[in-house]
Design a protein around this ligand. Sequence first.
Ligand code: C2O
Ligand code: CU
Length: 540
Amino acid sequence: QACPHYKFVVKEVPYTRLCSTKNILTVNGQFPGPTLYVNKGDTIVVDVYNRGKYNITLHWHGVLQPRNPWSDGPEYITQCPIRPGAKFRQKIIFSTEEGTLWWHAHSAWLRATVHGAVVIYPKIGTSYPFPKPDVEIPIILGEWWKEDIMKIYQDVERYGGLGLTSEAYLINGQPGDLYSCSKPETFKLKVNKGLTYLLRIVNSIMLDSLFFSVANHTITVVGSDGNYLKPFKRTFIYICPGQTIDVLLEANQSPNHYYMGASVFSIAVAGAYNNSTTTAIVEYNGNYTPSSLSVFPHLPSHNDTEATLNFTASLRSLADKEHPVDVPMKINTHLFYTLSMNTPCKNQSCPDGAWRLLASVNNISFINPSIDILQAYYCCIYGVFGTNFPDFPQLYFDFTADYLPMEWEYPQLRTEVRMLDYNSTVELVFQGTNLLNGSDHPMHLHGYNFYVVGLGMGNFDKDKDPLMYNLVDPPLQNTIHVPKIGWMAVRFKANNPGVWYMHCHFDRHMVWGMDTVFVVKDGESPEAKMLPPPADMPPC
Ligand code: C2O
Ligand code: CU
C-alpha cells in the first residue's frame, strides 16, 4: 500500500500583521503552515522543494522516526541543508505517537514562520482514551517579528542578540484585538453551547514559555507531546517551546464572547495585558448580546515558578492496559548534565570571530560541524566530531547558589557526542545552574520520548531524590521544562539506533551552544539497525 504523499514548497510570500507587510518564508504560502493529518502508525512521504533563498531543513518534532534518522532534519546533525532550488524527499515514520505534534524548519531561525501542526488520530477502528470531542482544532502559539528573521538570527549568532523580542505573540497567526491594527482579524473559535472542543495547542515560539487560558472556562488536559495523559482539570496550562498540549474545552458557560489568552511566563504581569500577551476569542453561537469581553483569563504572574512546577508535576501517563508504562528500572548509563549560561567567547575566540554569549551542557558549548554528524558516522568520515562528551560535569559546585564565580563560566567549544550502546538503559538528570543568573531550559530530545521520573528545585541529591521518583505513571515527553535553579530526571531505553540531537528549544540558547548529540549504535538483529540512507540526501 502506497503511503500518502505531501508536497511542501518552501517559498516567500507577503504577509501583513500589525499594519505592515513583509515577505516571510512559508510552506505552500501558508502561515502558520499546513496541518498534517495522520493516523497512529502511518508512514507518509513529504517532498520538500526549496524555492526560498536560504538553505533549509525540516524536522518532525516528536516523531520518533524509528531507525530512520535520515529524515529527522536538524541541519548539520542528520543532514546537510536543502539548498535553494533543491528538493529532498522525507519519509516520516509514525509509530507510538498519538495526539498532537508539529513540524518546523530546523535551520537558522527559519522555524519562526516555517511550522505547522501534526494531528495524529487514533488507529482506524480505535478511539480516544477520553470521550470523543465534537470538534477538534489546532491552536498554534506563534509570534511576529517586524525585522527580517535572518537578520535577527545573524545578530544572535554574532553578537548574542540579548534583549531581542518579537513584536507580538500570535494565536493561529493573529496578534489579537489588543493591537488596534489587527483587531478585525483576531482568531475566533465559534462554539455551540453544550459541545466539547479538543484544542491541540502547539508552542512554536522562539524564546518564551507561555501560560494559556480561556476566561471563565476550566479546561481538561488530556495529552502532551504526542502521548495521552491521565486527564486533569486546570484553569490554565503552561507550555514551553516545542511542547504540544491537548486540552478539552467544554462550551458550558452562558453564551457570550470570552477571551482566550496566552502570555509570556517570564514577562507577563498577572492581569496586566500588554505586548507580552496575545488574545483570541471564544464566541458562542446564538442570539444574545455579548457583554464580558473585558474579562481576561487569569494567568499566573510572571516568574511564578511554583505555578509552572506544579503544572509540570501534574502530568501523569495513562498507565493502563493500552498504554503500559515501560520505564527502565535497571539503569546502566547514568548521566548528569548541567545546563549553563556562559560569558562570551573570550580568549578562546568564537569560531567566526563573533563575540556572542555562550551556553553549554556539562561545560561544553556545541559547535556545529560542516558535514552532518549522521553522514560522518555512517560513512566513517573521521575528524568531524569527538566521542568524549562527559557523563558528568568536570566541576561540582553549588549549582544554584546566588553568586557563582566568574571562572566557572568559560566553557569549551567542541563538537562532542555521547555514544550509546543499543538498548542501554539511560537515566539523565538535567541540572539548571545559576551561572550568569541562569534561565529555564526547555530541553528536547530527537528520536525518543523520555519518562520524566522526577523534578525539584535546588541541586539534585543523588542519594535522596531518586527515592521520590515516580516510576508508576511518569509522563512520556520529548520536551521538558527544566526550571532555572532546579533539576529534572528522565529515563529512556536507547532502542532507536541513529544520530539524535538534544538541545534547548529556546533558539537563542541553542545558537549559543546548549545542544549535544546522542549516537545510538546499531544492535545485533536486522530490526535493530538503522535503515539505509535515501538516495537523495542533500550533499554538503
Ligand atoms: Cu522542535 Cu530540534 O526541535
Ligand atoms: Cu535554554
